[in-house]
Design a protein around this ligand. Sequence first.
Ligand code: ARG
Length: 395
Amino acid sequence: MKQKAVLAFSGGLDTSVVVKYLQEEHNMDVITVTVDVGEGSDQKKIAAKARHLGVLRHYNIDAKKEFVEKFIHPAIKANALYQKKYCLATSLARPLIAQKVLEVAKKEKVSALAHGCTGKGNDQVRFDVTFGSGSNLPIIAPIRDLNLDRATELEFANKHGIPIDSVSKKFSIDQNLWGRAIEGGNLEDPYAEPPDDAFIWVKTKNLPDKPRYMEIEFENGVPVSIDKKTLNPVRLIEYANQVAGANGVGIVDHIEDRVVGIKSREVYETPGAMCIIEAHSDLEKMVHTKHENKFKSIVDQEWAWLAYSGLWQDPLKRDLDKFIDQSQKTVTGIVRLKLYKGGLRVVGRKSKHSLYRHDIATYGKGSAFDQRKATGFVELWGLQTTEANKLADKR
Ligand code: ARG
């Protein structure tokens, strides 16, 4: 009997090449697993493609709700933006996909785990570390092992009759509920502007002439309603994506430091994430003390780094989650955003836990803040700074 391998399968170029490779070079039966993490991939088409490639069995696992609750919500609480820009859409989905692959591997008693990641990216780290944290099975990663490039893969696909759609020919795409990553093609020139046809979620032309306001309500750090509509966690993110995308909000274009050291030019569409994180972090500033704000931004950055760099399972990440969860007890309230022709701005916020006090902040008459007390405070606050400068003058 042939040995079996289970493969995380997206239906794209890389994973399709891997199916054929496992069958032909390793003489293995392939079980494909596609995990639906939302926004758009046609699961029926992917299943048909797997069958066309002659797999032994194909699993389609709907993990949208789990993805939102266990991965996106923690990321929102952590205001997670890697290098201040990237909302981690791909990074968050990988550990979940790998976990589902492991579940199938156990059920099917396979002898190897496989993925279609290259040796140049971050995804290999996320898959390998999740696989390694949950099993001792060998990992086969043909694209990496054979040092394959895209042109060679396309050739291989042609030779083996693997159908490739036109978008995959132009760009390498990865998408889920939290965002869409676009790589390759002319985007590899960091000075070249991405062509409009790279974007599917965010409108780039003929944008509405009127601003669109969006009201996001949070409870304990988690978005629960938008525009006064209580939506389930998956629907809420889809809704935010639609509204923001229609108003031109959500394109990110930046230079990213990958785990393996490569600098890459990354282009993303992350309309919903952009609005939700902007609103969430604004609300935090209103309800947290200045000490909490200062410290949490350090924790947030570390959290984003761990999630980005494939260390989702690290004990440090679990510890940070505990801290972050505790910090969200007061993050309840409403933030109002204004979206206009690609611009995004917070224009209002309110919370029952607000630490903002109009009576002391006001420049108007009758403030409860006695300015005279500030003199002594400032003198002590700057004591060492002024002293050091006076001494420096004498040196
Ligand atoms: N650079 C991002 C990350 O590492 C996105 C990768 C997207 N992958 C892709 N095959 N296009 O999370």
